[in-house]
Design a protein around this ligand. Structure first.
Ligand SMILES: Cc1cc2nc3c(=O)[nH]c(=O)nc-3n(C[C@H](O)[C@H](O)[C@H](O)COP(=O)(O)O)c2cc1C
Length: 353
């Protein structure tokens, strides 16, 4: 299906049919086969490299080659350095988690901070993506260095930063990035914030309006998008493409668990909230007992990614037992508007007036 509404420069640059980007989603969701179905449907797939081992990432890059996925975005978590504040917050946060571990019969010692700092292998992932000459790279959680951006640009890779506020757009605009993803407060998963990480933030419409005042770079919009009218609105307002997470996650082809998909397909309005209890960074997901107790009792939380590793055994145990009350089931504010169960059906809905 073609729709002249969707003609723009990004499509010819990326050689995709529609200005629709399947959002990067870490945690086993963005399998090469899933990306292939997005690519075949005419949208731009994104590979999440966050939390993925180097071996796993290499396998993904090889598989994308074999599957003929010639254009995709590889997304990198820009690491945060552990500070004195991180260390100070870790101890009370670990103590606060103990009763939850007790409830699920888990025994675990705190992880060494040094070990945590090394965990996402950012530098090695950058090297690997350069080696594979990925067509597009996006950065999240902080500003990449100019040196890294230039390394990618030197091999022809299109580079993208991610912002949640106008201050972050201004900061990213000082770099030589090709485009900026704007992430509204509606978005599922982690807030991409790097200047102020808090529960508050602009909705996507407001953020787009503000961002247009301060940058001429192409703006890719993310957060709560799941139908044609949303995309039409943002394109009319000057966005270059829509970045969609939750609606793609619910599709049969994605690597998300069936429990996660069912939760989205059966969601009601108002079922998500922002929490920092799972990872130390604010993220939106389905409200559960763990999040509510942290919010109500104002329990101490370690900085990201320390809290992420502190809760990993708890989340794994809850997943094993299909117990959503202790799982981080990330989803956007409009999860209740998601109805499609396959990439093909979703894409048909997204591009039909
Ligand atoms: C399960 C899940 C995992 C996510 N992981 C990442 C990630 O690894 N990198 C990233 O830049 N954004 C990540 N996000 C945020 C998405 O890229 C995007 O901003 C968001 O999904 C858009 O909102 P929507 O879910 O309402 O469509 C994640 C979102 C979800 C739902």
């Amino acid at each position: 299906m073609t729709n002249s509404r969707f003609e723009n420069h990004l499509l010819s640059q990326f050689k995709i049919q529609y200005p629709i980007i399947q959002a990067p989603m870490a945690g086993g969701i963005t399998t090469p086969e899933f990306l292939k179905s997005v690519f075949d449907a005419g949208a731009l797939p994104s590979l999440a490299t966050g939390y993925r081992s180097l071996t796993g990432l290499k396998e993904d890059l090889e598989a994308l080659k074999t599957l003929g996925v010639s254009i995709y975005n590889a997304n990198l978590f820009v690491p945060e350095l552990l500070t004195k504040e991180t260390v100070a917050k870790a101890k009370p946060a670990y103590q606060a988690l103990k009763p939850f571990y007790g409830a699920l019969n888990i025994t675990q010692e705190p992880i060494e901070f040094r070990e945590i700092q090394e965990l996402d292998d950012y530098a090695k992932k950058v090297e690997l993506l350069l080696e594979y000459r990925v067509p597009i790279v996006s950065f999240v959680f902080d500003m990449p260095s100019l040196e890294i951006i230039r390394q990618f640009k030197a091999i022809g890779t299109y580079t993208i930063g991610t912002a949640t506020s106008v201050e972050e757009v201004v900061a990213l605009d000082t770099l030589e990035l090709d485009a900026i993803i704007l992430q509204g407060i509606e978005a599922g998963g982690h807030r991409a914030s790097f200047i102020s990480d808090c529960e508050d933030g602009d909705d996507l419409r407001t953020l787009l309006k503000k961002a247009k005042q301060v940058t001429d770079r192409p703006l890719l919009v993310a957060g709560g998008i799941c139908q044609y009218l949303d995309i039409d609105h943002y394109l009319t307002e000057g966005a270059a493409a829509a970045v969609i997470g939750t609606a793609f996650l619910a599709c049969a082809e994605s690597g998300a668990s069936s429990l996660h998909k069912e939760k989205i397909l059966n969601a009601c309005a108002g079922e998500t909230m922002l929490t920092n209890a799972f990872t130390g960074k604010w993220a939106r997901g389905f409200t559960n007992r763990f999040m509510v107790q942290y919010a109500e009792d104002d329990l101490p939380v370690a900085c990201y990614p320390v809290q992420h590793y502190f809760t990993s055994a708890l989340r794994a145990e809850a997943k094993k037992n299909n117990f959503p009350e202790y799982m981080s089931l990330w989803a956007g504010m409009n999860a209740h508007r998601v109805t499609e169960k396959t990439v093909k059906a979703l894409m048909a809905r997204l591009v039909s007036p």
